[in-house]
Design a protein around this ligand. Structure first.
Ligand code: AMP
Length: 403
């Protein structure tokens, strides 16, 4: 497989799929440029190697029609600044005008194409659309891990047109490497911390982790389903009634496989789902009627901290409570701190999934853990053991060569 480090980009036009799906404010200013920054090393490598770059991305979820609020033109200025070079812009991602602009591109120059999702063929994975995109460049580089679980035209289908000239960008390789390392070579004890709202969203990942981890910590909204499954009283806490059996299955499987399962023993409860609600702490299986659990309690915090701090490999996905509300963020912050402490001692820590990343950023701890995955859904699917179409398209030989 070719890599971005071994490839000779001299006089080549590189089609680079990036993930510039960034948040914008009402004046179209980028409010978090993490994803743009993540693509810079790949773009610079190609430009410095004498190539030019044709940058492709999606932004938001337009309904298949151009909408200014989803235009990638808003990204040109911040991208130019971060890249240290003027980036040109094409008002469409295909068509005659785009072709002309790309054909005129000289070595060292960069152009950003308009939002791929202004064409519904992108998400449909249309081959003809992928072929048109492919005709713009000589080599395909996929650096968009966040969309690697989608078989879209620009993330997957396009690769077949570059059987000998396709590769991952730096951001994508780093994501895959960090997850692969953790899933195959984790030092023991390996602890997975899973939180967030629902059991249903995390069950596949729990099942796949069960064969790999020594400790499994369950927190957040999904813990109340486990408590109810064991006969506890959870008041009005979030419970998935149809997942009671699933929770019991996880408890059983952990026993069988020798995985230590840690479920909260106490919880911070509130009399309403609001930051201003009355709150108190109680045993997690004795929540009074009319109250709901919104965070882990102090006894649980201590227990989780002990386990995390003595781990050598850590995976964290999902908050321990409603961390968006300041009165219910303590448990999430304590867990983040424990991960940071373990990392400082030499443990490998991977934090991923939208809300844990938001939490780690909220506490300014992103640079104190080993790796923060930008992947979200893609990361979860990869850890679940699923094959990501965007990854497979690069790694595999091509069945159909159309070019
Ligand atoms: P997920 O996307 O499944 O990782 O869920 C993240 C969301 O779960 C966050 O927005 C949290 O506010 C929410 N959450 C965490 N703990 C609780 C809880 N005890 N009750 C309700 N929602 C929760």
């Amino acid at each position: 497989m070719k890599t971005i480090d071994s490839y000779d980009f001299k006089n080549k036009k590189a089609l680079v799929r990036v993930d510039f799906n960034v948040p914008l404010d009402e004046h179209f200013n980028v409010t978090d440029d993490t994803r743009i920054r993540a693509a810079i090393p790949t773009l610079k490598k190609i430009l410095n190697g004498g190539g030019s770059v044709i940058i492709m991305s999606h932004l938001g979820r337009p309904k298949n029609l151009p909408e200014d609020k989803f235009s990638l033109r808003h990204i040109v200025a911040p991208l130019s600044k971060l890249l240290g070079a003027d980036v040109k812009f094409s008002k469409d991602c295909i068509g005659a005008a785009t072709k002309e602009l790309c054909a005129a591109l000289k070595p060292g120059e960069a152009i950003l194409l308009e939002n791929l999702r202004f064409h519904m063929e992108e998400t449909k994975g249309a081959e003809s659309f992928a072929k048109e995109l492919a005709s713009l460049g000589d080599v395909y580089v996929n650096d968009a891990f966040g969309t690697a679980h989608r078989a879209h035209a620009s993330t997957t289908i396009i690769a077949q047109f570059f059987p000998n000239d396709k590769m991952f960008g730096y951001c994508m390789s780093a994501e895959l490497e960090s997850i692969d390392n953790l899933m195959t070579k984790a030092q023991k004890p390996f602890t997975a911390i899973l939180g967030g709202a629902k059991v249903s969203g995390k069950i596949a990942i729990i099942e796949n982790l069960m064969d790999k981890v020594d400790n499994l910590i369950i927190g957040g909204g999904m813990s109340y389903t486990f408590i109810q499954a064991q006969g506890g009283k959870v008041g009005s806490s979030l419970v998935e009634a149809d997942r009671i059996e699933t929770a019991l299955g996880v408890i059983e499987a952990a026993k069988k496989k020798g995985v230590k399962l840690y479920i909260p023993t106490d919880t911070v409860i509130a009399d309403a789902f609001s930051n201003d609600a009355n709150k108190k702490t109680c045993a997690i299986n004795e929540i009074p009627d009319g109250w709901l659990g919104l965070d882990i309690g102090p006894e649980t915090e201590n227990e989780f901290t002990k386990v995390i701090e003595s781990s050598n490999a850590i995976l964290w996905n999902g908050p321990m409570g409603v961390f968006e509300m300041s009165n219910f963020e303590h448990g999430t912050k304590v867990v983040a701190d424990a991960i940071v402490k373990a990392t400082a001692r030499g443990a490998y820590s991977l934090v991923g999934g939208g809300d844990s990343v938001a939490a780690i950023n909220k506490y300014n701890l992103a640079d104190k853990v080993s790796y923060v995955s930008t992947g979200g859904g893609a990361m979860l699917e990869y850890i679940e053991g699923k094959e990501l179409p965007g990854v497979k398209a690069i790694q595999e030989g091509v069945e159909k060569i159309v070019k």
